[in-house]
Structure formats: structure tokens, C-alpha cells
Design a protein around this ligand. Structure first.
Ligand code: CUA
Length: 155
């Protein structure tokens, strides 16, 4: 069977692009550690506020420029709804909800997770520039959904 030169060129190009795509996915998953968000743990929504670390929401200094922010997302507020960290900090947000499904998206970063009853959501962001980084609930959760927001103040 004779294959036109142009046709052969595009067949080879298409095959190369496929291979390139698969290699890209493999590098992303195996080398760069890219993965879909998965629950960092389980927690009973009924006893959330008495279960550590959610019995004491807020910011913890882990040392070395690392922080953990334990945040409860509830209808319709984040608790706490503001944290302050120095420039260059890496903050791991640990989130859970006692009621319905909420979301958490942090502007200026790629932090974006669902906060689902029964699951602990965790996402990490680094703050190299001073400023205010707004976070919002991005999952419609009822009457006061639009009031669910907070911010990271980086100084
Ligand atoms: Cu919580 Cu929308």
C-alpha cells in the first residue's frame, strides 16, 4: 500500500503527539507529583468541633516558614476567616465541614478543593509576595453562599 508523503508525515506527527502527551502525563504524575485531590482523612461531621485539630481552628506555626491553617467551612462562614503569615510562608490548609458540601479556592494560587462532609480536605500554597489573597466558597451551599469568604494576609 502506498501512502502519500504528506499523509505519512501527519500520521507520524499524530503518533508523536500521542506519545508526547503520554510522556507528559507520566512525568507529571511520577516526577512532579501531580495528582487529583483525595481526602487527607475522615472525620465525623457530627463531632467535628470536638475532634482534633478541628476543636481548635486557626493557624499553627510548624517552624521553618511552614504553617498549618485548620479551617472549618460551615453554612455560611469560614472559621477562621482570616490568617496572617510572613512573606515566603508555605501554608497547608486543613479543611472540614459539619454540614453541607462547600468549596475552597484561593485566588493567586492553584489551591482549589471541595470540602465534603466526612472528609478532611488538604491543600498547600506558598506565598512569595506580600498582599491579600482572597478565598471563597465555590460550591453553592445555600442561602448565604455568597457570604462565605476569607483571606490570607501576607506581610
Ligand atoms: Cu459554602 Cu458556598
Amino acid at each position: 500500500m502506498r501512502v502519500e508523503a504528506y499523509e505519512r508525515f501527519f500520521m507520524i506527527l499524530a503518533a508523536l503527539l500521542l506519545v508526547l502527551g503520554i510522556v507528559g502525563i507520566a512525568i507529571g504524575a511520577l516526577v512532579a507529583g501531580v495528582h487529583v485531590p483525595s481526602p487527607a482523612g475522615r472525620v465525623d461531621p457530627r463531632t467535628l468541633t470536638t475532634t482534633p485539630p478541628f476543636d481548635q481552628p486557626g493557624l499553627r506555626d510548624l517552624g521553618g516558614g511552614k504553617y498549618e491553617a485548620v479551617v472549618i467551612a460551615r453554612a455560611w462562614q469560614f472559621q477562621p476567616d482570616q490568617i496572617e503569615v510572613p512573606v515566603g510562608s508555605t501554608v497547608t490548609f486543613t479543611l472540614a465541614t459539619p454540614d453541607v458540601i462547600h468549596g475552597f479556592v484561593l485566588t493567586g494560587t492553584n489551591a482549589n478543593v471541595m470540602v465534603i462532609p466526612g472528609q478532611i480536605a488538604q491543600v498547600t500554597a506558598r506565598f512569595d509576595r506580600p498582599g491579600e489573597y482572597l478565598w471563597v466558597c465555590h460550591e453553592y451551599c445555600g442561602f448565604g453562599h455568597h457570604q462565605m469568604f476569607g483571606k490570607v494576609v501576607v506581610r
